[in-house]
Design a protein around this ligand. Structure first.
Ligand SMILES: [Zn+2]
Length: 144
């Protein structure tokens, strides 16, 4: 699938399928998920975020677009305006991420049962587990 790109001042309310909207002023890049699920994907341009490469005809976006928070969990590259699906973001990877989350949760409840934490401690443990997990997901996300 080839995306059309459109340089705009403001990102329009009505985002068309197959078009990538680029607002340099707002450092915003928005397109509809390439799987066709209709979700809007925002990939803000930032030194630690996405970078846009424009060669005068086509655009490329780096790093890859990983919509792991959407139901479709699609992951693809936009290279020279082409969608290139990534095989890296396989069910296995998602399964691993879930398993990781699951074992942290189990660990937490084991500790809770044996130690009888105070209310505050419990909250702290939960937020630590969440941060750790997010870090892990982000690592995969930015690896490629
Ligand atoms: Zn999708």
């Amino acid at each position: 699938m080839k995306l059309k790109h459109q340089f705009v001042g403001f990102i329009p309310d009505d985002i068309q399928e197959g078009v990538i909207y680029i607002s340099l002023e707002y450092k915003s890049v928005i397109h509809k998920c390439a799987c066709g699920c209709g979700r809007e994907v925002n990939t803000p341009l930032h030194p630690t975020g996405w970078k846009l490469l424009y060669d005068g005809e086509t655009i490329s976006l780096k790093p890859s677009v990983g919509n792991w928070s959407f139901d479709c969990k699609s992951h693809y590259w936009i290279t020279k305006s082409e969608i290139k699906w990534s095989s890296e973001w396989s069910d296995e990877v998602i399964h691993e991420a879930r398993k990781n989350e699951e074992s942290e949760r189990r660990e937490y409840y084991r500790n809770k049962d044996s130690l009888k934490f105070k209310e505050e401690t419990k909250i702290q443990v939960v937020s630590q587990a969440e941060t750790k997990n997010r870090g892990w997901v982000q690592k995969i996300f930015f690896w490629k």
